[in-house]
Every structure is written in structure tokens, then in C-alpha cells.
Design a protein around this ligand. Structure first.
Ligand SMILES: *Cc1c(COP(=O)(O)O)cnc(C)c1O
Length: 415
């Protein structure tokens, strides 16, 4: 099938560029190539463009432009936030106005993106205790459990805003409120949430926040970290040292076209969020209803109530995951073994929700986006129904289940 005939429903993995973003970037790929660090007038053009982008990000997050640091994306932002955990203790000390022993304890969740999980595991090698909180069957954290996990020596709590696989939204404002009350810094990996749900870092007590451009119709390889400057002032330790760019936090010549694109992407999200989230939810619910109307033995993974408007994660029992994906190869979606598909390990996120291995293997993440249409959704419903039905016709297990035989109680004895 020709590439242009693909229906792209993997917008939680990455998004296409919005044409308005491309248009804004183009002059900075051609005519305006001055290094923003240079002093002459020609470079002022790029410097101004970077300033504007910083203002647009600040407007979307409700912070000051000086609290935005540009990075290479969500992974780098998360690494900087987590690796700085041990430096945070000094801030907490200053805030309390008294000497405190070094804080060497971090609380995060078991369903974080690997860009938080791996650096957190790394902290453990440096004498830090890290607690990975589990989630319930709906994919959410328990606030009482979270509060109990915070100890006097906790330096940082890091909880993602929206899960990249299930779209489940953690109650970030409530989590952040607990952290503020307990005097612990709070970081959120908001890569999936920014631009889709309202964010106000001040009203919501967020101290550090990660975002990336390519999940919000901006270019790949550029992102940002919000770092609170006052009440309390948060100190991030530089991960990339050199010429002292971004106030010493992140050295390296600025990716001007990328930053310009990220800025425009943020502006578009701010303008369109309210109406776009209604449209996304409409398409997503249509997809869900269409599949559930024509297929039995399908299961939604994760809370429908606390969820991104554009995400549907569903398991299709009695089909083989690989065959299902092959049958719908004109639709770009991810499966429950997406991130580790080379090993065919089922998703650790679905596992944490208690989804069994079989159902995890036949799960599909549908990620709707700005450029998807109702016609596409209807095509996907028809195609899914057709392929799942065909695969089940070949499945003796499905037949037995329909005949009322409880497969789980069967005695699989070999002759
Ligand atoms: C995509 C993603 C990241 C990584 O962002 P990159 O810009 O690709 O490095 C981090 N966290 C979450 C939740 C994501 O979905």
C-alpha cells in the first residue's frame, strides 16, 4: 500500500507537523541563520524569534519566560529533572531556613515513560532510594499511598501527567498540592498532557515540568523544561556543560528553527485546545462505540473518566497480536508490546494495571490527532471489525468460549 494511503492513528507516539508550524520555521532554515549568541544586528533576528517562542511557551504553561529552558526533547528534559534530584536537597534546606541532612529519596510511579524510569533507576546507583508506586486497575495512583510514601528525606516526587500508552491522567494538581504541603519538590513529565489539557504551573503548584514539540505538531528533537524560579527557587544541575547557554543550564547553540516551531506549536495548542479536545473526544468515543457495537470480548485498558481525549487503548481477546497488526497494516497504531516489540515483552504499563499477558499482547493504542477525520475513524472501525472477526473464525479458543467452555478451567493434557 502506498505510503500516503496510511491512516495515521499513532499521535501518542509522534505527530505530523502542522503546516503553520512549518511556515513559521522555514525562514529560520534559510534566511535567518545567525547564531543567537552573536552580538551583531543580523543575529538579533534569531534572538527575537527565540524570545517569542519562550513567551509562547510561558503563556501556555502560565509561567515567566525566564523559567523556560530549551532542550532536545522530552527525554533530555526528564533526565535533567531526575538527575538533579540530589541537588534539590540544597534548595529544600535553604527554604526551611535550617540545616537538613541530605535528602536521598525519590518517589515516582511504575508506569512512567522510560525517560523517567531509567534515570530514576540510575539514582539508585548513587545512593538514592527510589520508590516506584504501583497503579490500580484503572491505571491511577492512590493519593493516600503517595502521601504515605513521602518521607522527611524525600527530595523529589516525579509523576507523569498523562500516560503515553493508556492516556490515563494522573491527578497532578492534587499530587502537587500534597508535595507543596509537605515541602517536597514536584516534577511532572507532561509530554502527553501539554497542549491537550489546561496547564497552569502556578495555580497547580508544579515546580518542574517536561514537554516536547513532536507530540504537539511541532518538530522532532526540541523540547523544554519549566523550572520554577521562586517560592521555591529550584536549582537544576547542568546536564550538558559548555558555553553556558540557557543561563548555564543547558549549553549548546540553540536549535533556532526547532525552537521557533515549538513556540508556534504551543501557540496553536493554546488557541485550539478547547474546541479540539471536544472534537478529539467525539472521534475517540465514536471509535470506541463502533468497535464495541460490532465486536464482543473487547476491553478498554485504563480509566475512561481520567483520560486524554485523543487516546483509546483496547484489547481484542482471542486474536493473535501479530496477525492483528498485519491485518491492519494500512493503519498506523501501536500494540501493547510497542516500545519493546523487538523482545515481544508485553507492555509494563498494562502489566501494572493487572492486564494479563494475552490481553496485553492483543492491545492496540489508537492515538487520534488534529488531522484525523470522521471518515478515517469509520474506516478504522470497519477494518478492525473485519480483521478481528476473520481471525476469530480461525480461533478454536474463541469458538470454545462461545460454546460456553471455560478455557481457564481446561486441562491441557498432552497425550
Ligand atoms: C514521547 C515521550 C517522552 C520522550 O520525549 P522525546 O521528545 O521523544 O524524547 C517522554 N515522556 C512521555 C510521556 C512521552 O510520551
Amino acid at each position: 500500500m502506498a505510503e500516503q494511503e496510511i491512516i495515521y492513528l499513532d499521535n501518542n507516539a509522534t505527530t505530523p507537523l502542522d503546516p503553520a508550524v512549518v511556515e513559521e520555521m522555514l525562514p529560520f532554515l534559510t534566511r535567518y541563520y545567525g547564531n543567537p549568541s552573536s552580538g551583531y544586528a543580523f543575529a538579533a533576528r534569531t534572538r527575537k524569534a527565540v524570545d517569542l517562542a519562550r513567551e509562547r511557551l510561558a503563556a501556555l504553561l502560565g509561567c515567566a519566560p525566564s523559567e523556560i529552558f530549551f532542550t532536545s526533547g522530552g527525554t533530555e528534559s526528564n533526565n535533567a529533572a531526575i538527575h538533579s534530584a540530589l541537588a534539590y536537597s540544597a534548595v529544600a534546606t535553604a527554604k526551611a531556613g535550617q540545616f537538613e541532612p541530605h535528602r536521598k529519596h525519590v518517589v515516582t510511579s511504575a508506569v512512567e515513560h522510560s525517560a523517567v524510569l531509567r534515570p530514576s533507576q540510575d539514582l539508585e546507583k548513587h545512593g538514592c532510594r527510589v520508590m516506584f508506586l504501583g497503579v490500580d486497575q484503572h491505571g491511577n495512583v492512590d493519593l493516600a499511598e503517595l502521601e504515605a510514601a513521602i518521607r522527611p528525606e524525600t527530595a523529589l516526587v516525579s509523576m507523569m501527567w498523562a500516560n503515553n500508552e493508556t492516556g490515563v491522567l494522573f491527578p497532578v494538581p492534587k499530587i502537587a498540592e500534597i508535595c507543596r504541603r509537605k515541602g517536597v519538590l514536584f516534577h511532572t513529565d507532561a509530554v502527553q498532557a501539554v497542549g491537550k489539557v489546561p496547564v497552569d504551573v502556578n495555580a497547580m503548584n508544579i515546580d518542574v515540568l517536561s514537554l516536547t514539540a513532536h507530540k504537539i505538531y511541532g518538530p522532532k528533537g526540541v523540547g523544554a523544561l519549566y523550572v520554577r524560579r521562586r517560592n521555591p527557587r529550584v536549582q537544576i544541575s547542568a546536564q550538558i556543560d559548555g558555553g553556558g547557554h540557557e543561563r548555564g543550564m543547558r549549553s549548546g547553540t540553540l536549535n533556532v528553527p526547532g525552537i521557533v516551531g515549538l513556540g508556534k506549536a504551543c501557540e496553536l495548542c493554546q488557541q485550539e485546545m478547547a474546541q479540539e479536545s471536544v472534537r478529539m473526544r467525539g472521534l475517540r468515543d465514536r471509535l470506541k462505540a463502533g468497535l464495541e457495537a460490532k465486536l464482543d470480548e473487547v476491553f478498554v485498558n485504563g480509566s475512561m473518566e481520567h483520560r486524554l481525549p485523543n487516546n483509546l487503548n483496547m484489547s481484542f481477546a482471542y486474536v493473535e497480536g501479530e496477525s492483528l497488526l498485519m491485518g491492519i497494516n494500512d493503519i498506523a497504531v501501536s500494540s501493547g508490546s510497542a516500545c519493546t516489540s523487538a523482545t515481544l515483552e508485553p507492555s509494563y504499563v498494562l502489566k501494572a494495571l493487572g492486564v494479563g499477558e494475552d490481553l496485553a499482547h492483543t492491545s492496540i493504542r489508537f492515538g487520534l490527532g488534529r488531522f484525523n477525520t470522521q471518515e478515517e475513524v469509520d474506516y478504522v472501525i470497519d477494518k478492525m471489525v473485519q480483521v478481528v472477526t476473520k481471525l476469530r473464525e480461525l480461533s478454536p479458543l474463541y469458538e470454545m468460549a462461545k460454546e460456553g467452555i471455560d478455557i481457564s478451567k481446561m486441562n491441557w493434557q498432552t497425550a
